[in-house]
Design a protein around this ligand. Structure first.
Ligand SMILES: [Zn+2]
Length: 446
């Protein structure tokens, strides 16, 4: 199968080189796909004669082909409390999050929410996400089962919590270990699923459980780690009280063996220079979640400090729904721009799209297969519509360059600006399709 249309993809890191040189664009490109992998990408004029006769070409002349978006931090069980009023992190967890996650004791509920969540991701053009499930193992089964129906490259894990949460959401260090190990055996590397060891955050895990998480990471190759870090001042203070022997919040995780090149720490709003150095040295990444940090009043992430080329920390872009207010990476970039502005920086469109695609892939250590339109990459592709609304269509008429168009998309765009989403070379979502716009590639296992 072949996609044709205007296309843009990152080829370098615009936080380390001039943005212009990092963006590859073609006014009329072909993306050639075989068995879910991109085999050729380039101008139509150069590639058209190489195509075999009768090949199926889908043409999007008024759109923009970009790599599928990567969401580095999101909670699927929190869809039912997105946009809940009036609390900062710790009160918000008590009031909204824990009750929502309790409802996942019902496996049928988990299945229904997983179905909705996968569709909302694809509607937003997101093809890979690093996902928190709940403490219930069946919440992971529900998520990966639904992801497999779309053959989507997803990373997820069972939340580990053995203290400071309601009884119904607690495991123990041993039970959390055993249940995680069983899930790793069942899902890690099955199809496109990858497993992520997932202690929620230091306050809800004992030292024994954090150590068990570190031990889990050593049980298989290629496992991921996700947790939260320095999101809110009250949380940072609490961690200081709970772990008086540790020199910092990050040191709690380092001590448990949780730092590494596939570790993703959500937020990192209140980190110090020493923490950035520790992340850089270990290869660990941070998930920048601007809509969440603004909505919960957590603070302003210092992106440009984090990616300082003298000791760059890898950064991905996270929606953090339900603390975040949108599953759209375009809306998330809209807020990332404002957070950068409030910290004295300008996040340009190339840097923004880097965070949502190639930068996210690098933060996850998956840049050998995700994040770019290029031969050898998995064919996860988002088809953007820069004229999705009357205002966007009007404004687009005044865009003089593709960078301006990208900036327009990240400022005014949301799920309405996603025309179609391709996963492993198959169109799984098409806004214009009559009836159900979603097409799973595998039947539901009953
Ligand atoms: Zn989160």
């Amino acid at each position: 199968m072949v996609l044709r249309g205007p296309a843009a993809t990152l080829a370098g890191n615009p936080f380390e080189q001039p943005s212009r040189g990092c963006l590859v664009t073609h006014d009329d490109a072909l993306v050639v796909i075989e068995d879910g992998i991109i085999t050729a990408f380039g101008p139509h004029a150069e590639l058209r004669d190489t195509l075999p006769g009768g090949v199926d070409i889908v043409h999007y002349p008024d759109h923009l082909l970009v790599p599928g978006f990567i969401d580095a931090h999101v909670h699927y069980p929190q869809m039912q409390m997105i946009g809940a009023f009036g609390a900062q992190l710790l009160e918000w967890l008590e009031t909204y999050t824990f009750p929502a996650e309790m409802s996942f004791a019902d496996a049928g509920h988990a299945q229904r929410v997983a179905q909705l969540f996968l569709r909302e991701l694809l509607r937003a053009g997101t093809t890979t996400a690093m996902v928190y499930c709940t403490v219930h193992p069946h919440s992971v089964d529900a998520f990966f089962t639904e992801a497999a129906r779309f053959d989507a490259r997803m990373i997820a894990g069972k939340v580990l919590m053995d203290r400071n949460a309601p009884l119904g959401l607690l495991d123990t260090a041993q039970r959390g270990y055993d249940e995680s190990l069983a899930l790793i055996d069942r899902w890690h590397g099955r199809g496109r699923a990858l497993y992520c060891v997932t202690p929620r955050f230091a306050p809800t895990s004992t030292e024994a459980q954090l150590d068990a998480a570190g031990a889990l990471l050593k049980t298989r190759d290629g496992l991921f780690l996700q947790t939260h870090l320095c999101e809110n001042p009250g949380e940072v203070e609490w961690v200081r009280e709970l772990f008086p022997a540790r020199s910092s919040y990050l040191d709690v995780y380092a001590h448990a063996g949780l730092m590494g090149p596939r570790s993703m720490f959500g937020h990192g709003v209140h980190l110090h220079e020493g923490d950035f150095c520790t992340c850089h040295q270990s290869g660990a990444a941070l998930a920048h979640c601007p809509t969440s940090n603004l909505f919960l009043g957590s603070g302003l992430f210092r992106l440009f400090e984090a990616v300082d080329p003298r000791r760059p920390v890898k950064v991905g872009l996270g929606t953090d729904v339900g603390g975040g207010t949108s599953l759209s990476q375009l809306q998330t970039l809209n807020e990332a721009y404002k957070v950068a502005a409030l910290t004295g920086h300008k996040l340009d469109a190339v840097q923004g799209f880097y965070l949502a695609t190639l930068g996210g892939a690098r933060a996850l250590g998956l840049e050998d297969r995700l994040g770019r339109l290029a031969p050898g990459m998995e064919a996860d592709i988002c088809v953007l519509d820069p004229k999705a609304t009357p205002l966007m269509a009007f404004r687009a008429g005044y865009c003089a360059s593709i960078e301006e168009m990208l900036f327009l998309l990240m400022t005014l765009g949301d799920d309405r600006a996603v025309r179609a989403t391709y996963v492993a070379g198959r169109c799984v979502y098409d806004r214009e399709r009559t009836g159900d716009p979603f097409v799973p590639v595998l039947p539901r296992e009953e």
